[in-house]
Design a protein around this ligand. Structure first.
Ligand code: ADP
Ligand code: MG
Length: 255
């Protein structure tokens, strides 16, 4: 089957003043894959992610999402197109239950803004029931049923991570971007998180683009893995291939 790219980064560069953070990078994320992005600190991974997610525009180059040129579009526009990024549960959501947190994720149905629903109470109630039922499905999928009525602020670190992941399931994401989602999560919870990412990928068909420092997690989840160093893409392959490549070992794994 032909390569089906959800994201194509074409010759993208980003300069911050005198610093070339990303230099003429090209890469693709295949639909249905869990694609990893690794590289030493300062390699330009987050900068590349931020451009893909619309947090800032490239200095040059193009970013294509599902066949559409999205270069320069803002995060909320990309959200509507189905590009999602996980965020830490914000402080103001910690006083809402896990279930309510999921129900807060904005819908993306055109013409169904809150103001139009305001004048159609029947429709608003139907919509709320639909959102609740979807949120309960997500809770079930992530096996968070026992804490669904618990305040988000009282959840464990790992449960919060699952809830963050769950929020991406409330809308029809075409791709989910994860930037160091494992940071600060202990090994047991990390396994749980990884298992859920795998299930979302295999059972529900989600595509993931993942930056991660935890090499065990990358090796378990990601194929292919793209390596960046000094603002450039230097290699792509599965983890086994990369670990057998002396140039990569020297540039990244520290010899
Ligand atoms: P990584 O995520 O791979 O560690 P980053 O993309 O965060 O790398 O950083 C790449 C380079 O760009 C670094 O030298 C960093 O200091 C610089 N950089 C990142 N963001 C900014 C910014 N907003 N302003 C100026 N320099 C930045
Ligand atoms: Mg980073």
């Amino acid at each position: 089957m032909a390569f089906d790219a959800v994201i194509e980064v074409r010759s993208v560069s980003k300069r911050f003043g005198g610093l070339q953070a990303v230099s003429n990078c090209s890469l693709e994320v295949e639909r249905g894959s869990i694609t990893g992005l690794i590289g030493p600190n300062g390699a330009g991974k987050s900068t590349l992610f931020n451009m893909v997610a619309g947090n800032f525009a490239p200095t040059s180059g193009q970013i294509i999402f599902d066949g559409q040129d999205i270069t320069g579009l803002k995060p909320h526009e990309l959200f509507k197109l189905g590009m999602l990024r996980t965020f830490q549960i914000a402080h103001e959501f910690s006083q809402m239950t896990a279930l309510e947190n999921l129900m807060m994720v904005p819908g993306d149905q055109p013409g169904e803004s809150l103001s139009t629903l305001w004048f159609k109470p029947g429709k608003a109630a139907a919509r709320e029931a639909e959102v609740r039922s979807k949120a309960l499905d997500v809770i079930d999928f992530l096996k968070l049923g026992h804490v669904k009525n618990e305040l988000a602020g009282n959840l464990s670190g790992g449960q919060k991570k699952l809830l963050e992941l769950g929020r991406t399931m409330m809308v029809d994401a075409k791709i989910v971007l994860l930037d160091e989602v494992a940071a600060g999560v202990n090994k047991t919870l990390l396994n749980d998180l990884a298992a859920n990412i795998e299930r979302m990928n295999k059972e529900l068909g989600y595509t993931f683009f993942v930056i991660e420092h935890d090499m065990d997690l990358i090796a378990r989840l990601c194929d292919p893995v793209i390596v960046m160093a000094q603002g450039e893409v230097i290699a792509k392959g599965n983890m086994e291939e990369l670990r057998a490549n002396p140039m990569i070992v020297e540039a990244y794994f520290g010899g």
